[in-house]
Design a protein around this ligand. Structure first.
Ligand code: ZN
Ligand code: ZN
Length: 371
């Protein structure tokens, strides 16, 4: 009983080792001697594993280490083994996973925990007008759903799942191994605590079935290319009674023949004649709902931009609308009839333009942004 090896020697560190050095020495040795990693010499590895764990549990605790340094094993041997409730082991769960959790008896849930279903993504292409006005549509989504025949239990109708005989419904098995209580997931029921005697024929006992679900979805007015809509609870069904995931509908908006959209504002270009530009005119401009009349003042210059308030796209977040910007393009005639030529010639003789360079004013920022 009292031929215990020195704890420092077990961990291969010297007596002045820092906390960090202890920790890395333990981590290295624990990985090396982990029983699951040494299936061919499991018993030996388990012994070794216990030994290093005990050494570490003493040396990593400053009070116990001080006692050990002064009195040796007698100073710390309360008869028991390592104190597994200690937080000094929390950093090691990553490498030991379930086995480690089991050794510590921390109870990672005595049964397989319910798992949330996966989120799904659906790409939906819609037209420019549909994005602006919103729409209700149907989409078909392939997904896993809870089996309706067995209600997700996996047992054939009329045959309830039975308590697992191996673990008596606890989902895990425990046994004493020296000072460890080793707990592991029950291999027969995979931690469920129940076994299915007769599998549901619809889902083969899985509790979920693959289906193509047709869903009606409502797309609000004003959505844009790339908008992501979350449809809560319409993803895959959860496992073991877990909640369903969410469905994300990602929108692709097709381009419009003549509208360009920036945020909730619309832009388009309308051709006018030199006469309309010079004399002013009332022109028709397209809108999302049809047409609108726009008064062009006389002397309108090429590239001039007019704003029609509230004729843009609805904003999704508030209840307003964007604006419609109309840019005029003055069309210079390229093929003139003899009569037109004569008229323009006589007009030309009365028009005088100073052909010196013009400094362009940039006060109209809308025009600049648009152009
Ligand atoms: Zn079923
Ligand atoms: Zn079981």
């Amino acid at each position: 009983m009292n031929h215990k090896r020195d704890y420092y020697e077990i961990l291969g560190v010297d007596r002045n080792a820092t906390e960090q050095e202890l920790k890395s020495a333990y981590r290295r040795l624990a990985m090396q001697h982990h029983p699951d990693r040494n299936p061919d010499r499991k018993d030996e590895a388990t012994e070794k594993f216990k030994e290093i764990t005990e050494a570490y549990s003493v040396l990593a605790d400053p009070q116990k280490r001080a006692a050990y340094d002064r009195f040796g094993h007698a100073g710390v041997s309360g008869g028991g083994g390592p104190d597994f409730s200690s937080t000094i082991f929390t950093d090691f769960e990553d490498i030991f996973g379930d086995f480690f959790g089991d050794i510590f008896g921390r109870g990672r849930g005595s049964r397989t925990t319910a798992r949330r279903g996966a989120d799904l993504r659906y790409d939906l292409e819609i037209s420019f007008e549909e994005a602006a006005k919103g729409l209700e549509t149907k989409i078909k989504i392939p997904r896993w759903e809870t089996c309706s025949a067995c209600g997700g239990k996996g047992a054939k109708r009329g045959s309830e799942p039975a308590t697992c005989p191996t673990c008596r419904g606890r989902g895990q098995l425990r046994h004493q191994q020296g000072f460890f209580t080793v707990t592991r997931t029950c291999p027969q029921c995979q931690g469920m605590g129940q076994v299915i005697r007769e599998a549901c024929p619809e889902c083969q006992g899985d509790g979920r079935v693959r289906t193509e679900r047709i869903l009606g979805i409502k797309i609000p007015a004003g959505v844009d290319d790339g908008t992501r809509l979350r449809v809560s609870g319409e993803g895959e069904a959860g496992e073991h009674g877990g909640p369903a995931g969410d469905l994300y509908v990602v929108l692709r908006v097709r381009e419009h023949r003549y509208f360009e959209r920036r945020g909730s504002d619309l832009y388009c270009t309308i051709p006018i004649s030199i006469a309309q530009a010079a004399l002013g005119a009332e022109i028709k401009v397209p809108t999302l709902d049809g047409t609108e009349r726009l008064r062009i003042p006389e002397g309108t210059q090429p590239g001039a931009v007019f704003r029609l308030r509230g004729l843009g796209v609805p904003r999704v977040d508030d209840h307003g609308h964007g604006d419609l910007y109309v840019r005029v393009q003055v069309v210079i005639p390229t093929r003139l009839s003899r009569e037109q030529r004569r008229l323009i010639e006589s007009l030309g003789s009365t028009l005088r333009v100073d052909n010196s360079p013009v400094v362009r004013r940039t006060a109209d920022t809308v025009k600049d942004n648009f152009g």
